[in-house]
Design a protein around this ligand. Structure first.
Ligand SMILES: NC(=O)c1ccc[n+]([C@@H]2O[C@H](COP(=O)([O-])OP(=O)(O)OC[C@H]3O[C@@H](n4cnc5c(N)ncnc54)[C@H](OP(=O)(O)O)[C@@H]3O)[C@@H](O)[C@H]2O)c1
Length: 347
């Protein structure tokens, strides 16, 4: 089969399409003929040597894909040849075939296109884990999404709306904000690109606070000023870097800050705003198989697919590349140019 192969850590240009041996479905596995795979930021991290997860070389990147079931391994149940499925992978998505444990595979609704299926689960499930399981975002609360024009960011905008929150989308370009508005954001905020110095961070914190809806007055105790201040109930941050601290300063009383990723670098933040606002910080790491694999999360998957069918949660795909050009697709994310989701097609 053809596959994109990473033989050593390096920029996307070092990835090459090679002919490699076809994988075979082992016991409990499913062999999937991949039609489309999604480019995730983690592909940039893993091929660039910045991932915390260990990888062996040669490695085929790609952590989510969709296609049809071509063969079943010994003892595999629950699937039939020809089933249309999505898969969540540790690697192997940028290839024509993948052999994967059956609990990492889920049948997709008839209405779901293969491209949407390839780009659906990681953003949707990570965001479910963040907003529903961890932050318990409820109707009427306010949600700030940083990096709102990216793949996970747009899922957070859509899911925030589906859960009844007031959503403020923040991103580094007007076109990313336009996508977030189309996805349902109630308000948008443009921030600067690059490393923010202290003055820029303070300026951003103020802007964020101004964009948050003001809260009702509470008149008990000595912390009224803090309680009365504007701020976000929940902040979804897949950006990190020098954007994290301004965001944390924009939390509301009892706000929940969700550390989803570090596209702009690993942040080092002051904890003062958390203490003064009775606020919480959550790391978002659905890495346990019980938590992240589609075959082990049936209740969440039912809700996510229902939202898809209702048009409330769907990947916004802006670019498609052939497998031969997959490195160029990764380059778009590395250069911060990607908007919504980028798909690599094997068709
Ligand atoms: N915890 C988990 O399990 C989990 C799962 C999925 C994703 N993630 C994380 O969530 C984030 C989003 O992932 P994604 O796949 O949706 O990627 P993506 O579409 O590329 O989104 C990343 C966003 O980060 C922002 N960004 C800021 N500085 C950047 C830089 N130097 N280079 C590239 N982007 C930069 C960009 O928005 P602006 O230009 O608007 O700032 C971009 O839209 C990543 O940090 C990823 O690692 C975590």
């Amino acid at each position: 089969m053809r596959a994109l192969v990473c033989r050593e850590f390096g920029p996307p240009e070092t990835l090459k399409v090679e002919i490699v041996a076809d994988p075979v479905a082992g016991p409990g596995q499913v062999l999937v003929a991949i039609e489309a795979a999604c480019v995730n930021f983690t592909d940039v991290l893993s091929t660039g040597g910045r991932s915390q997860l260990a990888r062996d070389f040669p490695m085929i990147p790609g952590v989510e894909a969709a296609g049809t079931v071509l063969a079943l391994g010994e003892g595999t149940t629950g699937f039939a040849l020809g089933d249309r499925v999505l898969c969540q992978l540790m690697c192997g998505g940028f290839a024509e075939l993948v052999a994967v444990d059956s609990d990492a595979v889920a049948r997709i609704p008839n209405a779901m296109t293969m491209d949407d299926a390839a780009a659906f689960y990681i953003a949707a499930f990570t965001t479910w884990h963040a907003l529903v399981t961890r932050a318990r975002l409820t109707e009427g609360e306010s949600l700030l999404v940083l990096g709102a024009g990216g793949g996970a960011g747009l899922a957070a905008v859509q899911m925030g709306r589906a859960l009844g929150a007031r959503v403020v989308a923040a991103a580094s370009s007007e076109s990313k904000l336009a996508l977030a508005r189309d996805a349902g954001a109630d308000a948008t905020l443009l921030y600067a690109r690059g490393q923010l110095d202290l003055a820029a961070q303070k300026g951003l914190a103020l802007q964020l606070l101004e964009s948050a809806a003001s809260r009702r007055r509470v008149t008990i105790g000595t912390i009224n000023a803090v309680r009365d201040a504007a701020g976000f109930d929940v902040i979804y941050d897949g950006v990190g870097g020098s954007y994290a601290e301004p965001a944390i300063r924009a939390l509301a009383w009892e706000g929940r800050y969700l550390s989803v990723g570090f596209a702009a670098g690993m942040p080092k933040v002051a904890l003062g705003p958390l203490l003064f606002k009775n606020a919480s910080l959550y790391g978002i790491q659905p890495s346990e198989p019980e938590l992240r694999l589609p075959g082990r999360t049936p209740a969440a998957l039912r809700q996510l697919f229902a939202w898809y069918e209702q048009g409330l949660l769907h990947p916004i795909i802006t670019e498609r590349y052939d497998l031969a050009q997959a490195g160029a697709a990764l380059r778009r994310l590395l250069d911060r140019e990607a908007e919504g989701r980028i798909i690599v097609t094997m068709r």
